[in-house]
Design a protein around this ligand. Structure first.
Ligand code: GLN
Length: 483
């Protein structure tokens, strides 16, 4: 069993997971940083030259599927493979996906690559996060601290990936960027395999394995969607519309089944599931604003921001590194702030942190509302606007995301551990889809609408944030004593 020598030190296994996730996020965010640009930019620039609405829908569908597939990915680990094998196979599938993307000149292979990366990430992402929770069976503040360190790994990978893949993709050739993502995942797999001894006794296959009926249903659904797309009954835009409802329905059914129908759970456990549902809504709203980093905000960086520094034009995708950079800078101070407030016994309850996270996301869009007014007049704005937005979004993320991850591992009924982790990422799935579809409104003909589009997001974020803060007491009570 992985153990710690003293209460302060973190288990070695954390660093194995840290680096594996770092390389996985390098590949994910690196590729994602250039994905929308690759879809939108013209064939003359070596890209696909698709219209904004189709590109936004494809981008939204891809990023949303990546996180939606964490549900079957969590199920496979809980019921069949165990987390460790799921991570290993997930990583291999992701690497194959990026290799497919790196093959130039064929759209079907490119889209097959996107699907492959999504399936692999669904297997890897929830399970690597749930093993982090397993490293700290006692839960509590040490588990939170473990997740904060893990979160640094995520963002280190994201920063390096966006910088390197972004540069290669935009300045050298798109497919070199995608190839670099494959190499990164390979490095992650090697590190995971070589150091697997530090995870002994964790994430092993379950004693009693379930029949894969659920997975057959998922595969069946995916085949139906593929058939509808290939036959032209649905296109990317209409599928994205349908997907929103599909995700909301799946989520409600899943929560309803676990919280209401599974009679083996106690009342306390069910109340916790209800709180997780509220956190789900908060997180979905947060991500639908935040995840515009890769969609509308990158379009804004590309078209309306003056990116020339000393005669050299910075790649538009590099803006997205601001988020990872600020996480690296602010993780430790914010972690220390929680410890300090805890000591003073005034550490905000999780629902309040969620509320504050949402408000900061909303304020980031208030900044964009101003910036967009200059853009409407045809002025290319300075680098500061987007940077300030990313700062606010990142601070909001630090209030909400590591806390949410950790809280999900603490409140989840044991039996549904990785699936609950999957549900946390489904909130990101919904958010990403909305963020992608929303970016479809940002075409060059209706630039005038930009300020009001940004203002809408601001109002949603701030509004729901205030609601979460006002109602923190019942939510906190339903957590049943878990901090
Ligand atoms: N940036 C974090 C990650 O990649 C959170 C992403 C999300 O949940 N939307 O894990």
């Amino acid at each position: 069993m992985a153990s710690t020598t003293d209460t302060e030190k973190h288990p070695r296994g954390l660093y194995v997971l840290f680096f594996t996730e770092m390389w996985e996020r390098f590949s994910y965010y690196g590729m994602r940083a250039i994905l929308l640009l690759y879809l939108i930019k013209s064939a003359a620039e070596g890209a696909l030259g698709l219209p904004e609405d189709t590109s936004g829908a494809i981008y939204g569908l891809y990023t949303s599927s990546v996180y939606l597939l964490t549900l079957p990915g969590g199920w496979i680990a809980d019921n069949m493979l165990g987390q460790k094998k799921a991570i290993w196979w997930g990583g291999i599938v992701i690497m194959i996906g990026h290799i497919l993307l790196a093959i130039p000149g064929s759209n079907p292979i490119f889209f097959l690559g996107l699907c492959t990366v999504a399936v692999g990430t669904g297997l890897l992402k929830p399970n690597i996060s749930s093993i982090v929770g397993d490293l700290y069976p006692e839960g509590g503040a040490r588990r939170d601290a473990g997740f904060s360190i893990f979160y640094i790994g995520i963002n280190l990978g994201s920063f390096l990936g966006m910088t390197i893949v972004g540069y290669l993709g935009e300045k050298v050739g798109w497919h070199y960027g995608f190839g670099a993502a494959a190499v990164a995942m390979f490095l992650g797999l090697v590190g995971f395999r070589l150091n697997s001894k530090y995870l002994d006794g964790l994430g092993d296959p379950p004693m009693v394995k379930s029949k894969p009926t659920f997975i057959y249903v998922v595969i069946g659904l995916l085949l139906v969607i593929a058939a509808l797309l290939v036959s032209g009954v649905l296109n990317a835009i209409s599928l994205a519309e349908v997907m929103k409802y599909v995700i909301v329905t799946i989520t409600i059914l899943y929560f309803f089944y676990i919280g209401m129908l599974d009679k083996t759970l106690s009342i306390v456990e069910r109340k916790r599931v209800a709180v997780l549902f509220v956190f789900f809504i908060g997180a979905a709203l947060f991500w639908s604003g935040f995840e515009q980093a890769g969609s509308s905000l990158t379009i804004f960086a590309d078209r309306h921001t003056d990116r020339v520094i000393g005669g050299w034009e910075m790649p538009a995708s590099w803006f997205q590194t601001a988020n990872a950079f600020f996480i690296l800078v602010f993780s430790a101070p914010i972690g220390a702030l929680w410890v300090y407030l805890n000591r003073k016994k005034i550490n905000p309850y999780t629902p309040v942190k969620f509320g504050l996270g949402l408000i900061q996301m909303g304020l980031g869009f208030l900044v964009m509302y101003w910036a967009a007014q200059y853009a409407v007049e045809g002025i290319k704005v300075g680098l500061g606007w987007l940077t300030l937005t990313y700062l606010l979004h990142t601070l909001g993320e630090l209030f909400l995301s590591p806390v949410g991850l950790s809280t999900y591992t603490k409140l989840a009924p044991k039996k549904y551990y990785s699936q609950m982790m999957g549900l946390w990422f489904v909130a990101a799935s919904l958010g990403n889809l909305i963020a992608g579809v929303f970016a479809g409104n940002f075409n060059e003909e209706n630039v005038a609408e930009m300020p009001s589009l940004f203002l809408q997001v601001c109002l949603f974020g701030v509004g729901f944030g205030i609601v979460m803060i006002l109602f923190y007491k019942p939510f906190k009570n339903w957590m049943g004593g878990i901090q």
